[in-house]
Ligand binder design. Structure first.
Ligand SMILES: [Zn+2]
Length: 110
């Protein structure tokens, strides 16, 4: 049996849990992205980690990237380039390599 008796109750619930996202880009809790992004697997990750204002910033940035690099979006390599730029801009994916720091780091008092 469903917890939700009406469609609007479900909608309210979805809105409540979708309302905020802890954004990795700006480091703050912000409004979640509700638009379809058509990004496949990345879409879930971005919606879980990036707030709407940051995504809007990237949308503006993306236009610049495409112009700057003269990206052909019909091209696989072009799409890859945009994806890389996007991940860097949104601070997704690979973190900065800190292995060197970790090697030299000795916690005090252990
Ligand atoms: Zn943000």
């Amino acid at each position: 049996m469903s917890r939700f008796t009406t469609k609007s109750e479900l909608a309210d619930f979805m809105e409540a849990i979708m309302a905020d996202v802890q954004c990795v880009t700006c480091g703050q809790a912000g409004e979640a992205i509700t638009d379809m992004l058509f990004l496949g697997k990345l879409e879930t990750e971005i919606k879980a980690k990036v707030c709407k204002p940051c995504w809007k910033k990237w949308e503006g940035m993306r236009v610049m990237v495409i112009n700057e690099y003269q990206v052909n979006l019909g091209d696989e390599s072009g799409r890859e380039l945009v994806k890389k730029q996007m991940k860097a801009f949104l601070k997704l994916g690979e973190q900065t390599d800190t292995s060197k720091l970790d090697q030299n780091f000795r916690p005090a008092g252990t």
